[in-house]
Design a protein around this ligand. Structure first.
Ligand code: GTP
Ligand code: MG
Length: 381
C-alpha cells in the first residue's frame, strides 16, 4: 500500500504485547515509536519464530469470530494483467464492489483505460464482488437482538440514542475543534470496559489515534470518576498511533485479525478524516480520497457487524460559506461518511462549558438534542 511498509504482523494474535497496539498504561505513544525501530531490527528473528509458532489453529476454542480472508483480488479479474491491476490500484480501485458499481465510461476515465476494457472488467467484478445476500426479517431480528447499548455517562445523551450507543453500528461524532469529540471517545472507551450489566460492553477497546490526542491520564481520571480501577481500564484499552491514511487502514486489518481471538467490543478512530484530508488535496484527488474512505468505512462496518462491536469515528467540520440556509458547517467526507455512518452526532459548544449534541441521522430514532458537560470526571449531564 503506497510507500508505507507494513511494520509487523501479528503472528501471535492473542498476544497484545506488541508496539503497534498495546495496553496504554505500559507504554506511551512515543515509546511505541522507539519500540518500532527496535522491532524492525528483530524482524528476521520474528520471521523465524513464525515457523514454529503455529498454536492458533490448535486453540480453536479461543476463536471468537471468523472474518473471511480469501477475497478475490484485482488479478482474478478477466483480462487484468499486472499493468492494468496497477492502474486500477493507483486510481483507488482495490475493491471488487467499488469497480462493480462503476459505469464503463467513468472507470475508463478514472483509471485511464479503454471503455471496452473497462466494461469487461466491470462485468468480471460484478461476478466476483460480494454484493451481499438477503436475510429474512426473522434472521435480521435475531441479529438485532444481540445489539448492546453503551452508556455515555450522560442520561440525556443516552436517551437521545434510545438507551445508549449501539453495537453493530458506526457512530460518527463531528463538530468543530474543542467541541468534545475526543472527550466522548475517551469516555466511551472507559465505559466500554465495564460489564454489560452496568451499561458497558464488557470487552476490549481499540483506539486508533491519528492526531496524537489520546491521553492515558485522562482515561485514568474518567475511570476513577466511574469508580473503576484505572489500571484495569487501561489494560483493556489498546492504542495505536496511525501515521498516515494507509497505516490507519492497515490497523483496521490488524484489529480484524485480532478479533478472532479477542472480544473486540469497541473501535475508535479519532480522527477518521484528518489524514485523508491532508494527503488527498484538491479536486483532482477527491475521487481517490472518497474511494479510500469508503473502503475504510466498509471494513470498519464489517468489524462492527462480525464482532457485535461499536465503531466510533470522529470527524471535523469545514465551513461552507456558500450555504444559502441552515448551518454553514459541514462534516468532512461528504456523502461517503454520511451514508456509511449509522448514527451521526453533531457537537456544538454552548454557554457555561455546556455542549449540545444533536442526533442528525439515525435509522430508527427521532432527531433531537441533548445537553451535557465535560467535567473532570468525564461526560456528565
Ligand atoms: P479537535 O480534536 O481539536 O477537533 O477537538 P475535539 O472536539 O476533539 O475536542 P476535545 O474533545 O479535545 O475537547 C476539548 C475540551 O474538552 C476542552 O476545551 C475542555 O473544555 C474539555 N476538557 C478536556 N479535558 C478536560 C478535563 O480534564 N477536565 C475538564 N473539565 N474539561 C476537559
Ligand atoms: Mg479531538
Amino acid at each position: 500500500m503506497g510507500d508505507f511498509e507494513r511494520p509487523i504482523t501479528f503472528n501471535r494474535v492473542n498476544s497484545l504485547d506488541n508496539w503497534l497496539i498495546y495496553p496504554c498504561h505500559q507504554r506511551s505513544v512515543q515509546e511505541g515509536v522507539e519500540i518500532m525501530a527496535a522491532k524492525k531490527k528483530e524482524e528476521i528473528d520474528e520471521e523465524e519464530l513464525k515457523v514454529d509458532d503455529v498454536p492458533l489453529d490448535e486453540e480453536e476454542d479461543t476463536v471468537v469470530v471468523e472474518v473471511p480472508e480469501d477475497e478475490p483480488t484485482l488479478d482474478d479479474l478477466p483480462g487484468v494483467g499486472p499493468a492494468t491491476a496497477e492502474k486500477l490500484r493507483e486510481a483507488g480501485f482495490d475493491d471488487m464492489l467499488a469497480i462493480a458499481v462503476m459505469s464503463p465510461s467513468a472507470l475508463a476515465d478514472a483509471a485511464e483505460l479503454g471503455e471496452a476494457v473497462s466494461a469487461k472488467i466491470i462485468a468480471g467484478a460484478k461476478k466476483l464482488a460480494n454484493i451481499g445476500g438477503f436475510l429474512s426479517g426473522n434472521a435480521l431480528l435475531e441479529k438485532r437482538s444481540e445489539v448492546l447499548k453503551l452508556t455515555s455517562g450522560s442520561v440525556a445523551v443516552d436517551e437521545l440514542f434510545g438507551g445508549g450507543f449501539e453495537t453493530q453500528a458506526i457512530c460518527e461524532v463531528y463538530g468543530e475543534f474543542g467541541s468534545g469529540k475526543t472527550q466522548i471517545g475517551h469516555q466511551l472507551a472507559v465505559n466500554a470496559t465495564m460489564p454489560i450489566s452496568e451499561g458497558g460492553l464488557g470487552g476490549e477497546v481499540f483506539y486508533i489515534d491519528t492526531e496524537d490526542t489520546f491521553r492515558p491520564e485522562r482515561i485514568s481520571q474518567m475511570a476513577r470518576g466511574n469508580g473503576l480501577d484505572p489500571e484495569m481500564v487501561l489494560e483493556r484499552i489498546h492504542v495505536a498511533r496511525a501515521y498516515n491514511s494507509a497505516h490507519q487502514m492497515l490497523l483496521v486489518d490488524e484489529i480484524k485479525r485480532m478479533a478472532k481471538n479477542i472480544e473486540v467490543k469497541m473501535v475508535i478512530v479519532d480522527s477518521l478524516t484528518s489524514h485523508f484530508r491532508a494527503e488527498f488535496l484538491g479536486r483532482g484527488k477527491l475521487a481517490e480520497r472518497q474511494q479510500k474512505l469508503n473502503k475504510h468505512l466498509k471494513e470498519l462496518k464489517q468489524l462492527a457487524d462480525v464482532s457485535n462491536a461499536l465503531v466510533l469515528v470522529t470527524n471535523q467540520v469545514h465551513s461552507k460559506p456558500d450555504a444559502m440556509w441552515g448551518d454553514p458547517t459541514k462534516p468532512i467526507g461528504g456523502h461517503i461518511v454520511g451514508h456509511a455512518s449509522t448514527f451521526r452526532l453533531y457537537l456544538r459548544k454552548s454557554k457555561g462549558g455546556r455542549r449540545i449534541g444533536r442526533l442528525v441521522d439515525s435509522p430508527n430514532l427521532p432527531e433531537g438534542e441533548a445537553v451535557f458537560m465535560v467535567t473532570g470526571e468525564g461526560i456528565r449531564d
